[in-house]
Design a protein around this ligand. Structure first.
Ligand SMILES: [Zn+2]
Length: 117
């Protein structure tokens, strides 16, 4: 069961679609793939695709040799939270949308502001 979820999840991500997991028993939604619901322990799960819109919940700045990078928690319209790369010049509460960048041969999400930043 978990292998199927993980496979579908990676597949969606590589096709530049943001997956999330919904528990069919209690309706809980979450991002990271697991084989049971963290809320009710049900294994009755399905993989869904997010519309990709949300807002910034928190931001952390990392200073690196190649410049600063930003990570943040984004609260998605579907109700789950994702810890992800975000572009700079965003602030808490800003509306964002997902796009994908390639890193080490696989696609990962990065969030940018809806206003074009
Ligand atoms: Zn559940």
């Amino acid at each position: 069961m978990f292998d199927e979820i993980k496979k579908e999840y990676i597949n969606l991500m590589n096709n530049e679609k943001l997956p999330y997991i919904k528990c069919k028993s209690c309706g809980n939604v979450f991002f990271y793939p697991r084989d049971y619901c963290p809320k009710c322990n049900s294994k009755n799960l399905e993989v869904k695709v997010s519309k990709g819109d949300g807002k910034v919940f928190s931001i952390t700045k990392f200073q690196g040799k190649k410049g600063d990078t930003y990570y943040g928690i984004v609260e998605m319209d579907e109700g789950f939270r994702i810890y992800s790369n975000i572009k700079n010049s965003l602030e808490i509460g800003d509306k964002v949308t997902v796009e994908f960048i390639e890193e080490n041969g696989r696609k990962i999400p990065i969030f940018k502001g809806l206003s074009g930043t």
